[in-house]
Ligand binder design. Structure first.
Ligand code: KIV
Length: 277
């Protein structure tokens, strides 16, 4: 399903792959946020973001897993289909979960195809820049499924990455990351997420590729920025990395509202006449 430059029945101009690519090097940065359901996807979409990402961070943020590794293809399709129902304008991208695209090109095409057909997403995101991922990107883009790349700290590989979350700090790792970004571009990605790398390295990657880079914990030099919605809303209040800026304190609001409801009910203040038939 292509959204390229089309107008829906309500004549909303939808963001397409070409629109995202055209933002390379532009002063107007790409705005990207996650959403895992129709309600938040609608609110985020109505607020003017360019891309809604159904991240496999759903596993840690919503489902209570310690990592994103247990997230399954069926779970991602479930969340993606819900988000699809909420998004009318932004480009929708869905994370392919761990081990659904690395084993073989055939498996990558089959699984990405399933996500696209069953959720209606506009594109998928694959983590990493190794030979297995490059092969997958080539095969998946060859059948017409747009792919976003993801380099730097890649949560699905967290056991392999070791203790330091910030990647590419030494010269050799930094050079390898720039090389991987170029290879991902050659393989056909339409944009690349750069997670938790030094700001100077993110600038070097951004200069080295002609597709937009989208940073998270990667400084100001990228072509766009992404955050996990529940983190920036202060809903996921146990997660407080240095790069995160909270724009609301919704976890406090939730606890306070729930306490007030309990107090009102116990005191017989709710429901009052105004809320009764
Ligand atoms: O899963 C996710 O939410 C992501 C973003 C952090 C980029 O991959």
């Amino acid at each position: 399903m292509s959204s390229e430059g089309t107008a829906s029945q309500s004549s909303v101009k939808r963001v397409g792959i070409r629109d995202v690519r055209a933002r390379k090097g532009r002063p107007e940065k790409l705005i990207v946020l996650t959403a895992y359901d129709a309600l938040f996807a609608r609110l985020v979409d109505e607020s003017g973001v360019d891309i809604v990402l159904v991240g496999d961070s759903a596993g840690t943020v919503l489902l209570g897993y310690d990592t994103t590794i247990p997230v399954t293809l069926d779970q991602m399709i479930h969340h993606a289909a819900a988000a699809r129902r909420g998004v009318k304008r932004a480009l929708l991208t869905v994370d392919m979960p761990f081990l659904t695209y690395q084993v073989s090109a055939e498996q990558a095409v089959t699984n990405c195809g399933r996500v696209m057909q069953e959720s209606g997403t506009d594109s998928v995101k694959l983590e990493g820049g190794g030979a297995d991922v490059l092969r997958a990107v080539q095969a998946v883009t060859a059948v017409g499924i747009p792919v976003m790349g993801h380099l730097g700290y890649t949560p699905q590989s967290e056991h392999a990455l070791g203790r330091s979350r910030v990647q590419g700090r030494d010269e050799r790792d930094a050079a390898a990351l720039v090389e991987q970004a170029k290879r991902l571009e050659d393989a056909g990605v339409f944009s690349i997420v750069l997670e938790l790398i030094p700001a100077s390295l993110a600038c070097a990657v951004t200069d080295a590729v002609s597709v937009p880079t989208i940073g998270i914990g990667a400084g100001v030099g990228c072509d766009g920025q992404v955050l996990v919605l529940h983190d920036m809303l202060g809903l996921n209040d146990r997660f407080a990395p240095k790069f995160l800026k909270r724009y609301a304190t919704l976890a406090d609001d939730v606890r306070s509202a729930v306490r007030q409801f309990g107090e009102d009910v116990r005191a017989g203040r709710y429901p009052d006449d105004d809320h009764s038939f």
